[in-house]
Design a protein. Structure first.
Length: 344
């Protein structure tokens, strides 16, 4: 009887220890799981503000291909004039080199079209961050009267009238053609539009000969001036909000203020969000002039001078400006080929 009692108490003691360990483990923070696991790249240097762009994720290729076709499909617009690719030309850095893109019937937009490349790495979508995901972002241009000027009922009717699209959707989505399926297909394709393999990423991975001495000096200046305080991570931006005009009143100096200049205030209505925007990515900056939400800076040199004045409160000498641009030229990696297909 005494042995049974001892065994019972010992078992109870071990059970209590196990319960405590389980409860403690439940309170411990879980390690973050990357949406885009890097299989072959070396671990990033934690001392660096910039990180390596991952390889595109493994996704359903049928959805990717359908999204690729829809990305170039002009039926998404009211009069069949424009597609996603009209403003986001994948052959030219994923943008269109205009201050403001043109929508249906030549309508002029109110903000500069950012590159679609690496947009999957942004923590929010659009300049004011009103879209939480790539799927959410697609609603914007579909309904915007200055862009596609369409609606989901109109888009769905057109797609359902096309036997090729009906068959393509039916083979992938049990529900067939509906807004959610269209959003998912386009967003799935956009998630593949990453640009790994840049010389800068090879440099971060340990190949110190991947960058010239001038490029390395440009990166050092980029960090020392404080540019990396906002332009950081794999996308060299896109992962935070910031006010445009921290050290000066950019909008008062520029003049002719517009509703679009209010930035995130248009989403939240909070006074603190006036002139606040999602920090743009600089990964393909050398390919995507003009710059800023208003497309006002025609060159990188001009953009750097504006940032120095209004964000850093200082001037950057011409030689340093040039070195930083030299560094930025090392950032683009491998760009997928131009989307050719407009139809399944």
């Amino acid at each position: 009887m005494q042995n049974i009692t001892i065994c019972y108490l010992l078992g109870l003691f071990l059970a209590i220890i196990a319960a405590v360990e389980f409860a403690t483990s439940e309170r411990m923070p879980r390690p973050a799981v990357s949406r885009f696991p890097i299989e072959t790249a070396p671990a990033p240097d934690s001392s660096e503000p910039l990180t390596i762009i991952p390889q595109p994720p493994a996704l359903d290729q049928a959805r990717v291909e359908l999204g690729r076709r829809l990305f170039s499909e002009k039926m998404l617009s009211h009069n069949g004039d424009v597609s996603c690719a009209s403003c986001h030309d994948l052959a030219h850095g994923g943008a269109d080199k205009q201050a403001f893109s043109r929508g249906v019937a030549g309508a002029k937009g109110v903000v500069n079209a950012p590159t679609v490349y690496n947009s999957a790495l942004n923590f929010r979508q659009l300049w004011d961050g009103r879209a939480a995901t790539l799927e959410d972002q697609i609603d914007g241009p579909i309904h915007n009267p200055l862009e596609m000027a369409s609606s989901w009922p109109e888009v769905i009717v057109r797609l359902k009238a096309d036997p090729a699209y009906v068959a393509a959707f039916a083979s992938i989505y049990p529900e067939g053609i509906d807004p959610a399926a269209v959003r998912n297909a386009i967003a799935t394709f956009e998630r593949t539009l990453l640009t790994p393999g840049s010389r800068f990423d090879r440099y971060l991975g340990g190949d110190k000969n991947a960058l010239s001495a001038h490029e390395q000096e440009g990166y050092r200046l980029f960090k020392s001036y404080g540019c990396a305080s906002c332009h950081q991570g794999a996308n060299v931006g896109g992962n935070m909000f910031q006010r445009f005009g921290v050290m000066g009143d950019y909008f008062n100096d520029r003049g002719q203020q517009t509703t679009a200049d209010l930035g995130r205030y248009n989403v939240t209505g909070l006074s603190a969000d006036r002139h606040v925007f999602r920090v743009p990515s600089l990964r393909l900056a050398v390919l995507t002039a003009p710059y800023f939400h208003d497309g006002s800076a025609k060159t990188l040199r001009e953009a750097i001078d504006v940032m120095a004045k209004y964000q850093l409160g200082r001037e950057i000498p011409e030689v340093d400006n040039h070195r930083i641009i030299t560094f930025l030229a090392s950032l683009p990696g491998d760009l997928p080929e131009k989307v050719e297909h407009a139809h399944p």
